[in-house]
Write a new protein. Structure first.
Length: 416
């Protein structure tokens, strides 16, 4: 990184993210890596986070008895706050989830902390609002790292009552974004939304997510014997409403019906829709559910697949770009994206040259694309190679964390 007028050494940073380590999926790993990078740069970082609950949307048995706890995570003090964890996602339960975190943060006296800059990862929107209150109280910069758009999420994810709540959520989000000193966006597609709501160009910075895992060393099919001698189509990650994974279940049913028993669709992970998907998938031999895999085994599991699948509901256009894409690229697995043609995910797949984009929520189209890739090993090899190159050139952890550190410095510089 180049020299900057304001350095992070000695700066007091309050870092707010509902999701944090040890959560191994979604936003949590990126939040933890960012806080740890700021600490390595000499900042005095304190974290306010929720109790771990994602992607299962369940607290551990020990945390169910706690209102809060304070711990050290890789040398960083982390205050964890209890909030309502909904088992069923609706606009009402999600609103209560957000509200209870915000109220708990305010009750804990978070604003009494002396800080030089407040950094927050959104969503959760409540975390961003809490960070805004602290920054306003101390008259210090507010830096937001925007992983998803909450307003678009409410409107596009299919959550019960989401469209009714979208106007209020979007208004709160718009107000929050406009107050930020610096706004980090994980994909350029999010910048279009921010321009539309009046965020000035000089405060927006594109800070793409990076690959969290090292390239795989073992590409054997290591999950279980059912993968052997099968053509494996793997979806790794959250099983929520936004993903619309019913399309995978229905495509697997079609594969079984048409005698394509060499295919195996695999849903690996957890989430609010896993139980319903398993019920829908009863008696389908071409579909398997696998529990989440974390740590050093994860890249090898991805590389063991023949296709890495991304699925989103057709209504999802501009709310987020799934982090699983970076993992697929890094693992060297060709990507098949069942998404809206104009969404950020589709653009990223096309930019990388590492995959194929098909219409969202179309089981027949999904099965046809899988069969076409099965029968085109040379194409799969070219896509996989393009993904590895893209990950190496643009998505390294070092480059990603450099960009995020520069974002925080930009926020500090703007305030001086």
């Amino acid at each position: 990184m180049t020299e900057t007028p304001v350095v992070l050494a000695g700066k007091r940073v309050l870092f707010v993210s509902v999701s944090y380590s040890p959560e191994h999926a979604g936003i949590g790993p990126y939040a933890a890596a960012t806080a740890e990078r700021l600490s390595r740069d000499g900042a005095r970082v304190e974290v306010v986070a929720g109790l771990p609950h994602y992607p299962s949307w369940r607290l551990s048995p020990d945390d169910r008895r706690r209102f809060s706890r304070v711990e050290q995570v890789n040398g960083i003090p982390v205050t964890r706050l209890r909030q309502y964890i909904p088992r069923r996602q609706t606009a009402l339960t999600r609103g209560f989830y957000e509200l209870t975190f915000l109220l708990h943060g305010l009750l804990r006296g978070t604003r009494r902390r002396a800080v030089d800059v407040v950094v927050a990862v959104v969503p959760s929107l409540a975390g961003g609002v809490l960070a805004q209150r602290v920054a306003d109280h101390h008259g210090v910069p507010l830096v937001l790292i925007v992983q998803d758009l909450s307003g678009a999420g409410a409107r596009q994810s299919g959550i019960l009552g989401g469209r009714l709540a979208a106007g209020l959520v979007s208004a709160l989000e718009q107000r929050l974004f406009k107050t930020a000193t610096a706004l980090g966006l994980v994909h350029s597609s999010l910048a279009e939304h921010c321009r539309a709501i009046g965020v000035s160009e000089d405060r927006m910075h594109v800070v793409p997510n990076w690959t969290l895992q090292q390239p795989p060393r073992d590409v054997e099919k290591i999950v279980d014997d059912s993968w052997r001698d099968r053509f494996v189509v793997l979806h790794a990650g959250n099983m929520g409403l936004k993903q619309g994974l019913e399309v995978v279940v229905d495509a697997a049913r079609l594969a079984q019906h048409h005698g394509h028993t060499d295919l195996l669709f695999v849903l690996m992970g957890d989430g609010s829709r896993r139980g319903a998907l398993m019920e829908r998938a009863e008696d389908i031999s071409t579909l398997s559910f696998v529990d989440p895999v974390a740590g050093m085994d994860f890249p090898g599991v991805l590389a063991a697949a023949d296709i890495g699948l991304v699925a989103q509901r057709s209504e999802v256009h501009d709310m987020s770009v799934p982090s699983k894409l970076t993992a697929y690229f890094n693992a060297g697995v060709p990507v098949l994206a069942s998404v809206a043609a104009d969404c950020g995910t589709a653009r990223e797949v096309r930019s990388s040259g590492a995959g194929v984009v098909i219409d969202a929520q179309e089981p027949e189209a999904l099965l046809s694309a899988v069969l076409a890739l099965r029968d085109a090993p040379a194409q799969r090899g070219a896509l996989a190679a393009a993904g590895r190159t893209y990950a190496s050139d643009f998505l390294s952890a070092e480059a990603g964390l450099d960009r995020v550190a520069a974002l925080v410095v930009a926020g500090l510089n703007t305030a001086t």
